[in-house]
Design a protein around this ligand. Structure first.
Ligand code: PHB
Length: 390
């Protein structure tokens, strides 16, 4: 009698355990955040992880009855590693969403996994136009290089810049920046005597800059990924390019807020086009910058942080709208068409392209309260990715 009782109660206990376990599983919503936390792109990982954690601290970790679990993985910005980690996250951890992606090759390598497993993949950093076409499950909250490069190509010729040499990192976003800047600048009557490409890994800018000095254009247009701007600026100044009358212009990646304050007075006056500046004057951004800086020992949020913060918003809102019941397709549907105010200004996830539509700003480096900032002086509103029209 006693034995039977024991058996029955332990069976009950096991059943209860299994039930508890599956409820715990059901009530967890997992976000696999794959980022470069070490290596050349580490600042991108640090910024995005900090922003994602800030978003969760501000908005709670429960949405539609689900407990949000953030699983952060370091891909060291090696695409094969990104892909393997994504596979493990989908198969073993059963994540509901994949997110992060510090560089274009990492996002492209992972796209087939999103498609096969029907898992939404939120690109928070990478910015080559074609990424969103690599899988119907990709949504982007960062920006595209064509978006910001054409804005600069419109501004420069109206401001006394008639000849430009371009210098870009030799991979996806650099090739986009070069192509879209050049096409629009030539259309606007400018001249591009030379287009230079530097390797992504461990670039030595010196011989390229020497060449630019010899060509003596009105300006040098630069795209390098976040984290590499300070090295370009340093060598540009060391070679006295500015004194030789060559202006430095580019997309805002080169005057990245993560590094700008340490670039020194030589950076003053540099004009770039981009979608986010730490100095963006809006009440929402002021609050965001204050909270981010406070939570991260004084670290200034850059455009990568904003891509991560808004990416979390897109995920939270999709979960809320699909009432926590949705599979990948339901989540994806609820990500499309989202429209909201970001610290960068108003943004919109175009339902057709799943890409971001946003304001692009022209900014000039100025000193404010003793610190260097990209100070916005003009805005082009609601810019779609020009890469999608082709
Ligand atoms: C990219 O690899 O797509 C990328 C990385 C860093 C940037 C912009 C684009 O600042």
């Amino acid at each position: 009698m006693q034995k039977r009782y024991f058996l029955r109660s332990s069976a009950l206990a096991v059943t209860a355990l299994v039930a508890t376990y599956s409820i715990a599983q059901d009530n967890t919503f997992k976000i696999g955040l794959i980022l470069p936390m070490t290596g050349q792109q580490a600042s991108t990982g640090r910024q995005i992880e900090a922003a994602a954690r800030l978003y969760m601290a501000q908005n709670g970790d429960t949405v539609a009855g689900k407990k949000i679990q953030l699983i952060v993985k370091d891909d060291t910005s090696v695409p094969d590693v990104t892909k393997r980690l994504a596979q493990e996250l989908v198969v073993n951890d059963k994540v509901n969403v994949l997110a992060g992606f510090g560089i274009t090759p990492s996002a492209l390598a992972t796209a087939p996994i999103a498609t096969q497993s029907k898992t939404p993949l939120v690109v928070m950093a990478a910015a080559t136009s074609s990424i969103t076409q690599a899988s119907p499950y990709i949504v982007r909250t960062s920006f595209t290089l064509p978006q910001v490069a054409v804005t600069m190509a419109d501004w420069a010729p109206k401001n006394g810049i008639k000849t430009v040499v371009t210098l870009v990192s030799d991979y996806g976003p650099g090739l986009d920046a070069e192509k879209y800047f050049k096409e629009r600048f030539l259309f606007n009557g400018g001249q591009v005597p030379e287009s230079l490409r530097v390797p992504l890994r461990g670039p030595d800018f010196a011989p390229f800059l020497q060449k630019v000095r010899d060509l003596k254009p009105d300006a040098l247009f630069v795209f390098v990924p976040s984290g590499a701007g300070a090295a370009v600026m340093k060598q540009f100044l060391e070679r006295g390019m500015d004194k030789a009358g060559i202006k430095l212009i580019g997309t805002g990646d080169v005057t990245d807020d993560d590094q700008l304050n340490d670039m020194g007075d030589g950076a003053l006056g540099v004009v770039t086009s981009h979608h986010y500046s730490t100095d963006h004057p809006s009440p929402l951004n002021t609050k965001f910058v204050e909270a981010f800086t406070k939570a991260n020992k004084g670290l200034r949020p850059n455009f990568m942080a904003v891509g991560g913060y808004d990416g979390m918003r897109v995920i939270y809102e999709a979960l809320r709208v699909s009432k926590g019941q949705g599979d990948g397709d339901a989540l994806l549907a609820a990500m499309k068409g989202q429209i909201f105010e970001s610290p960068r200004g108003p943004i919109f996830i175009d339902a057709q392209t799943r890409d971001i539509v946003q304001n692009v700003y022209l900014r000039k480096v100025e000193r404010k309260n003793g610190q260097l900032y990209n100070v916005e002086f003009a805005v082009i509103k609601d810019v779609k990715d020009p890469g999608k029209a082709k």
